[in-house]
Design a protein around this ligand. Structure first.
Ligand code: ATP
Ligand code: MN
Ligand code: MN
Length: 307
C-alpha cells in the first residue's frame, strides 16, 4: 500500500495542524507510529491538559523514535512555534530565557508534530513561577526492590503526610516507581517546598533505614527505595499525568485512586492502548477534588511548631 499523505488533524476548537510523516514508527518494538501518538494525545486530551496548561514544560523529543537518541527541550526553538506559549523567566543564574508552555490542545498536537513523546511540567505556573502548587515525592526503587515494597512505601508516605494534615495523590510513572503528589493551596515559595521535601525524605529514611534512603548515591540504594525529593525546586520537573514515556511498550504515567494501588503490578501497568480504555470506563476522575484541596506548608509548619 502507498504511504498515506501527511494528514490534517483538526479539532473543533482550533486550527488544523499538519502532521508530517504520520506513518513514521516511533516505537519500533511495538509498531506504534507518530499518528498513533497523535491519536493517543487527542484521546486523553481533556484529562492531560489540566496538568500541563500554563506550566513551563520540558519536552523529551525523539525525532527518529525511541531506538535513537532523544533530547530534552525547555526553551522555544529559534524557528518559533505557532500554538505553544512562551514566557521569559529568570534562570537561577540571574539571566533569563524563554520557556515554552502548553496553552491548549493545539499546543500539544504541535509539539507531537515535532516528535515530542514526554511532557515534564514544573510545579508552578508561568504567571507565578516562584510559587509551587505541588510537592512531588518521587519513589525510586533500587534494582532489587520487589514491587510490594514500593506499594508499601507509597502507602507509608501517604500516611505520614496525612498525619501532618496533608492529603496526597498517587500516580504511576510509566517507569519503575510511583509519584506521591501533594497539592498546595495557597502555594509556597520554592525554598519552603524544597526544605519541606528534604526534611520529609530525610525523616522517612531516618525512621525506616532498611527501606528508604534520601541520598541518591547508587551504592547505598541497593535494595532500598530512594525518596527523590529533588523534584521540588524551581526549574525541576516531574513527568505529567497521562504523558507517554519514550520506553518500550509506550507506557503512560497514570493517576490512580489510592484504593487501586493493590491491583497494579508495576509502575508501567498502563500504556498507550490501555490508558484511553481505562478513561472510557472511569466514572470519576481518580484525582477528583485535587484542585479544591486547601492545604499549605505554612499551615502545617505552624501546627507542628505550635503543637
Ligand atoms: P521512574 O518511576 O522510572 O523513576 P520517573 O519519571 O520518576 O520514572 P526519574 O528518573 O525518577 O523518572 O525522574 C523523575 C523526574 O525528574 C522525571 O519525571 C523528570 O521530569 C525529571 N528528570 C529526570 N531526569 C532528568 C534530567 N536528566 N534532567 C532534568 N530532569 C530530569
Ligand atoms: Mn522516579
Ligand atoms: Mn527520581
Amino acid at each position: 500500500p502507498r504511504k498515506r499523505k501527511a494528514q490534517v488533524a483538526a479539532d473543533e476548537t482550533g486550527p488544523a495542524i499538519r502532521i508530517t510523516h504520520p506513518d513514521k514508527v516511533l516505537y519500533p518494538d511495538d509498531g506504534y507510529t507518530k499518528q498513533d501518538v497523535v491519536d493517543y494525545y487527542r484521546a486523553v486530551m481533556d484529562w492531560f491538559l489540566p496538568g500541563v496548561i500554563g506550566r513551563p514544560t520540558s519536552l523529551i523529543r525523539f525525532p527518529e523514535g525511541i531506538a535513537h537518541s532523544s533530547f530534552f527541550q525547555k526553551h522555544i526553538p529559534s524557528g518559533g512555534l505557532h500554538y505553544v506559549g512562551s514566557a521569559r523567566l529568570k534562570e537561577e543564574t540571574g539571566a533569563s530565557a524563554v520557556y515554552l508552555y502548553p496553552k491548549d490542545a493545539d499546543s500539544i498536537i504541535e509539539l507531537v508534530q515535532y516528535n515530542t513523546l514526554e511532557f515534564h511540567p514544573w510545579g508552578s505556573h508561568v504567571d507565578d513561577p516562584d510559587m509551587a502548587d505541588r510537592v512531588v515525592f518521587d519513589l525510586d526503587p533500587g534494582p532489587d526492590v520487589p514491587w510490594e515494597r514500593v506499594v508499601a512505601a507509597a502507602r507509608l508516605t501517604r500516611k505520614l503526610l496525612k498525619d501532618m494534615g496533608l492529603e496526597s495523590f498517587l500516580r504511576t510513572t510509566g517507569g519503575k516507581g510511583l509519584h506521591v503528589v501533594v497539592p498546595l493551596r495557597p502555594a509556597s515559595d520554592w525554598d519552603t517546598v524544597k526544605g519541606f521535601a528534604q526534611g520529609f525524605a530525610t525523616a522517612l529514611a531516618g525512621s525506616h533505614p532498611l527501606d528508604f534512603v534520601a541520598v541518591s548515591t547508587k551504592k547505598i540504594r541497593h535494595r532500598k527505595i530512594f525518596v527523590d525529593y529533588l523534584r521540588n525546586g524551581r526549574g525541576a520537573t516531574a513527568v505529567a499525568s497521562y504523558s507517554l514515556r519514550g520506553r518500550p511498550g509506550a507506557p503512560v504515567a497514570v493517576p490512580l485512586r489510592w484504593e487501586e494501588l493493590g491491583k497494579i503490578r508495576n509502575g508501567a501497568a498502563f500504556d498507550i492502548r490501555s490508558t484511553p480504555e481505562r478513561l472510557k470506563r472511569l466514572r470519576k476522575d481518580p484525582w477528583a477534588g485535587i484542585d479544591a484541596v486547601e492545604q499549605s506548608l505554612e499551615e502545617v509548619m505552624k501546627r507542628l511548631g505550635g503543637g
